[in-house]
Design a binder for this molecule. Structure first.
Ligand SMILES: [Zn+2]
Length: 119
């Protein structure tokens, strides 16, 4: 079943919320990374440990930024009224799938094909 206008509105709220929390998280990560880096200069003994921390911190920030891109793209599709339509086969994406992953670009069958091609 395709998402109706009301459901799309609800998903939009979820997307906007998620966007806000990612931006906050990424900003926190950035200042954490800066802090960890400045600590690295002061103390050589803990260097390895701190490097790992800032690496993990940076990696998680990158993942969040990738998700942020997907969210922005989904919000653009809502504005363009192409939201909830599979980018590969032009079929409607099931509303259950959109609820689980509001920024889904593909319907479930296309997603599976896409993932197989990536391997
Ligand atoms: Zn599809």
């Amino acid at each position: 079943m395709a998402a109706n206008k009301k459901q799309i509105e609800e998903l939009k709220v979820i997307l906007l919320d998620r966007k806000e929390s990612i931006i906050k998280h990424v900003n926190t990560s950035r200042s954490n990374i800066e802090e960890l880096k400045s600590q690295e200069c002061k103390d050589d003994l803990d260097y390895a440990e701190i490097s790992t921390d800032s690496f993990i911190e940076a990696q998680s920030a990158n993942q969040q930024l990738a998700e942020l891109n997907d969210i922005e793209a989904a919000l653009d599709r809502i504005d363009a009224e192409t939201y909830g339509i599979c980018a590969m086969c032009d079929e409607y994406i099931a509303v259950g799938r959109l609820r689980a992953k509001p920024f889904a670009k593909y319907c479930t069958p296309c997603r599976e094909i896409y993932e197989q091609e990536q391997q």
